[in-house]
Design a protein. Structure first.
Length: 241
């Protein structure tokens, strides 16, 4: 069954991003920010509690150490340093998960780190170095170093499709600093095609290969709740009986 995942817990202190309370009932998997692009110790625990309340699985959403840039700016780090950076973040979330008796479901890198791992074997290897410790699946995209490296290293691989981001002609994501609102019905229709045909339309009209074990909706997309609801309803109505 295709799941719906959402990047969540991305508030920080008094600052708020996303409507987690409205989104959580609409999804099945939450990727919880670990403090380096967003979130803090209070918001991490609150998000884990909210996920537990709605029976939503929780994964770690580690980032490059770029709080001001929301983790969407690239940085150069050695493999060891990057692995340590990820271990530090996932370890923090795992403490809150254990406090609430919730299992760590997966790891999904955030923003620029996700994009770098798609292109760079060394970055993908660093992510696996961290994942080796926690022994959980990794989320990523087919046709990238995510798929090649994660599976070669023996990690379960969850292929994602993005409901609210555009794809380039080479099948890569176009990651913007700020997300724009998208048409919910169009997003839902694209998800159904990705699931049924394994294809999506790029920004220049080319069909590119995708796979959707899980569909992602970002909580900081301005109309994320409407998009998540449309995707959920579309998946439910087309689910094989």
């Amino acid at each position: 069954m295709v799941t719906i995942n959402c990047d969540m817990g991305e508030a920080f202190g008094l600052y708020r991003i996303g409507d987690d309370k409205a989104l959580m009932p609409l999804i099945s998997v939450a990727n919880v920010a670990c403090g380096f692009h967003a979130s803090d110790f209070n918001h991490m625990r609150q998000t884990v509690r909210l996920a537990k309340q709605h029976h939503v699985k929780v994964g770690a959403h580690p980032s490059l150490p770029d709080l001001q840039g929301f983790g969407r700016r690239e940085m150069k780090m050695s493999r060891d340093e990057l692995a340590n950076c990820i271990i530090y973040q996932v370890g923090a979330l795992k403490g809150f998960l254990e406090a609430e008796e919730v299992a760590l479901n997966h790891i999904k890198p955030h923003g620029a780190l996700y994009g770098m791992a798609a292109r760079s074997e060394a970055v993908a290897q660093a992510i696996c170095d961290a994942a080796d410790i926690f022994k959980t699946p990794l989320m990523g995209m087919i046709g990238t170093q995510h798929e090649a490296v994660y599976q070669a290293r023996g990690h379960a691989f969850i292929a994602e499709y993005y409901a609210d981001l555009d794809y380039d002609d080479d099948g890569s994501l176009i990651i913007t600093r700020e997300h724009q609102a998208v048409d919910p019905d169009q997003a839902a229709s694209r998800c159904l095609r990705a699931i049924a045909e394994g294809k999506t339309r790029s920004i220049h009209g080319r069909d590119v290969a995708v796979r959707a074990d899980s569909v992602c909706v970002h909580s900081d997309t301005p109309n994320a709740v409407e998009v998540a609801r449309a995707v959920r309803d579309a998946l439910a109505s087309h689910r094989p009986r």
